[in-house]
Design a binder for this molecule. Sequence first.
Ligand SMILES: *Cc1c(COP(=O)(O)O)cnc(C)c1O
Length: 413
Amino acid sequence: MSGSPVWHPFTQHGLGEPIPLVTHGEGAALHTADGRRIVDAISSWWVTTHGHNHPRIVAAIREQAGRLDQIIFAGWTHQPAEDLARALIAITPEPLTRVFFSDSGSTSVEVALKMALGYWAARGEARHRILVLEHSYHGDTIGAMSVGERGVFNRPYAPLLFDVGTIPFPHAGAEQATLDALERACTRGAAAFIVEPLILGAGGMLIYPPWVLAEMRAICAATGVLFIADEVMTGWGRTGTLLACEQADVVPDILCLSKGLTGGAIPLAVTLASEPLFAAHWSTDRARMFFHSSSYTANPIACAAANANLAIWRDEPVQAQIDTLAARQAERLAELAEHPRVRSARQLGTIAALDVGGEGYLSDAGPRLLRFFREHDLLVRPLGDTIYVMPPYCIDAADLDRVWAAIGEAVEM
Ligand SMILES: *Cc1c(COP(=O)(O)O)cnc(C)c1O
């Protein structure tokens, strides 16, 4: 037992692994209390896009904190939320017209599911079944777990998780089986299909092509099943474009965004909806309003940080950084792709991944690799035997080389 009372997420305290104390961050680096400089190769769990402590985001947080820290959002509003909602509507596809705020990726998914069910209830149609893709991850609350992959992560809670229809993952060469299964399930009737566009993150960085996403969207449209895109991880340039859906010309009915929404500085999430979702809840009948809120809905400081993120996207060469990073990732990955111990080297935009060994999330490779990278002053956190690199877009060539050199050593272990 350690002296600290802190209970960490996804951490087995019984293994007694050291837990570094981080004091400050700058760009793609983190600094620890014992004087080490750590390269953040996973963007502090996929959230940090422009680097740590971006001066404009820091300034926006400071400024807003001195003006208005928090205000109830039921029946009240404030300028940062108004500005952010308008800006989000302007940069996302036209059919998305409404913005609902919450505070994490999981809650944005809960909101999406409740919106979809509320829509069908308001229309008087008994549709509640949710369709999901095999190996998906949508968060750790009970509803979000219900629509995610079942396994060791949620076994104790399984009796409480609701039943969903699972569509097989579109592995290369087996895409048609996925589309056929989705079409059958949609035809039988479902409320919504929720999907991570182009890449399943926590499921192991599993990539599938844009045409499959486009076909899945078309099947939902043809059968009236609501299409929910969970871009909590893929949004904000991760896959090379602002949204992954763009690469397939797909417009969802509902879109979930979080992680990079504030540049990774502070928690905030949004669920964007097309007009029919909002219209279904619009009434003079109070019993039909959307019954969802959290205390900090649209917190002004978080909204100010998100507005600063959008300003950075407007004014700074973010896309050029993304393209440079993607090209460098491709070069480094190619050097390892043919290595006999490396399987399935793959890349989508700024994300590069490869598999070593082959025993799943709880394989011994995981903790061993974690220790190895920590000892090399790198924040790399393999998903079982899947090693991936997903750094802040500002990472320089030298730091990225350090990461890949260590991965090169790790695959030899
Ligand atoms: C991380 C993630 C979530 C959950 O977001 P939290 O902010 O951790 O609750 C949901 N969906 C996807 C695709 C994610 O990667």
